[in-house]
Design a protein around this ligand. Structure first.
Ligand SMILES: Cc1cc2nc3c(=O)[nH]c(=O)nc-3n(C[C@H](O)[C@H](O)[C@H](O)COP(=O)(O)OP(=O)(O)OC[C@H]3O[C@@H](n4cnc5c(N)ncnc54)[C@H](O)[C@@H]3O)c2cc1C
Length: 421
């Protein structure tokens, strides 16, 4: 059994664990980062394959993600971000302005409403700015909905200050700020305000390789294929992370892997239960297929694409990427059944299917958001004096997202840095 001794041992090399390790190492601390899988990256991984592999879904990157931007700049990967052309249409000062691609907000509403059985629609602060109308009830879209018997109002989103249009299946009084998955479906942009960004190439090139190189340069010991299987402790504190074939002794321990794993591995259920339950959440479906494209086709995002898949992208290497979501296994089966209909559906987009599809389905990718789950999110401190929590799931005030993961890392860094002084 190999043993190493460091100042900080971190379990989980997702975005949060990697960002935290980097900051601590740059501060001069000796850090070991243990990852269960054979490669780091966690939720932002790329499955190897032709044309740069297949991303674990498309990761939408908003202008509001200031921490992400700063980190990408720091690790020299900002150039990998592609700015999308505006692909929505908005109502501004009571007039509908059509943007180059996609449908108008109001014209899209019937489509949005067909997605589920929504009972309410919320407009975030950013949308109100876009609409240029100030408070409801003068807000056009709210009035449009109210006129059709819908419950419509605004919601205060700490996170979605730049744009927000949410179609909710829950009444507004149960809607909370952290509504990533559903609001992302209705991504609206307005050219003079903000544009959404999206990872241009692969998540590998955007995050993982540059972060790995930065970790290496900073002297972090990254040990992959090393799941932490046990946490040893003496009263009140941890003494070691036990991975397969490796024991890591440290002054401080960070759990940057998912919370349900922590309970299973450490048995430290008393830390801050109950955590948001896992196994409840939206499945994200990512389908990649070879297509013959018309030479005149515009590369990039083609926008809204029906009910089963919300986005259609042109990918490098003559592939198309369709990204969709499903709440249940029955929805998932529907998505799979669509494969036979894809040639017909893609034809109007100038695409002819030239091979069979590859699917990547991430079950429960986005945890169910509700005020009860929000209230159960723990902070970075635990009942043990030298164990800390990190990740998109800690109480950052942000939805589980890339920005949320970095906010978790930031909070953990602040706590640890002062503890290590
Ligand atoms: C399909 C999908 C689509 C998404 N789309 C978006 C999007 O468009 N925009 C956005 O901002 N966010 C999106 N997200 C969310 C975002 O990717 C995550 O919130 C964020 O990357 C989580 O980072 P993390 O480091 O907290 O956790 P994770 O990435 O889950 O990292 C945890 C790591 O811990 C490792 N681990 C687990 N158990 C152990 C163990 N016992 N020992 C050691 N290591 C262990 C795991 O292998 C993993 O690498 C999406 C997520 C998914 C899954």
């Amino acid at each position: 059994m190999k043993r190493i001794r460091v100042q900080v041992a971190i379990a989980g090399a997702g975005l949060a664990g990697m960002a935290l390790a980097l900051r601590l190492a740059r501060r001069g601390h000796r850090v070991a980062l243990l990852e269960r899988r054979s490669r780091p990256g966690g939720a932002v991984h790329t499955v190897p394959g032709p044309h740069g592999g297949m991303d674990n879904s498309v990761h939408l990157f908003l202008q509001a993600f200031t921490r992400c931007r700063a980190l990408l700049e720091e690790i020299g990967a900002l150039a990998e971000l592609r700015t999308l052309e505006a692909w929505a249409c908005v109502a501004l000062n009571q007039r509908l302005i059509r943007l180059p691609m996609g449908k108008g907000v109001l014209a899209s509403l019937p489509d949005l409403l067909r997605l589920g059985p929504p009972r309410a629609l919320g407009l975030g602060r950013g949308m109100l700015r876009v609409l240029g109308t100030g408070e409801p009830p003068r807000c056009t879209a709210v009035m449009w909905l109210q006129g059709r018997g819908m419950v419509a109002s605004t919601f205060e989103a700490r996170f979605w200050q730049e744009w927000s249009l949410g179609v909710f299946n829950t009444p507004l009084d149960q809607v909370d700020a952290g509504l990533f998955s559903r609001t992302a479906r209705t991504l609206i942009s307005q050219p003079r305000l903000q544009r959404p960004l999206v990872a241009a190439s692969t998540l590998e090139r955007l995050w993982i390789l540059p972060l790995e190189r930065a970790l290496d340069r900073a002297g972090v010991q990254l040990v992959t294929a090393s799941p932490v299987v046990e946490a040893r402790r003496s009263p009140g504190r941890l003494t070691a992370f036990q991975a397969t074939e490796l024991q890591v002794e440290a002054e401080h321990f960070v759990w940057a892997a998912p919370p349900h794993e922590m309970h299973r591995v450490t048995g430290l259920a008393e830390l801050a239960p109950p955590f948001p339950p896992h196994g409840e959440g939206l499945h994200i479906v990512n389908l990649r297929l070879p297509v013959e494209q018309r030479p005149a086709s515009t590369p990039g995002l083609r926008g809204w694409f029906g009910e089963a898949f919300q986005w259609l992208f042109d990918a490098p290497g003559g592939e198309a990427v369709l990204v969709g979501s499903a709440w249940t296994d029955a929805h998932l089966a529907e998505r799979h059944r669509m494969e036979a209909r894809l040639p017909k559906l893609l034809a109007p987009h100038g695409m002819k299917v030239a091979g069979s599809a590859r699917w990547l389905v991430q079950r429960h990718a986005t945890p169910l958001q509700s005020p009860a789950h929000e209230a159960a999110r723990p902070g970075v401190h635990t009942a043990l004096e030298n164990m800390w929590l990190c990740g998109a799931w800690v109480d950052t005030g942000l939805p589980a997202s890339m920005e949320g993961a970095l906010a978790g890392a930031e909070a953990c860094f602040a706590a640890l840095d002062s503890a290590l002084e």
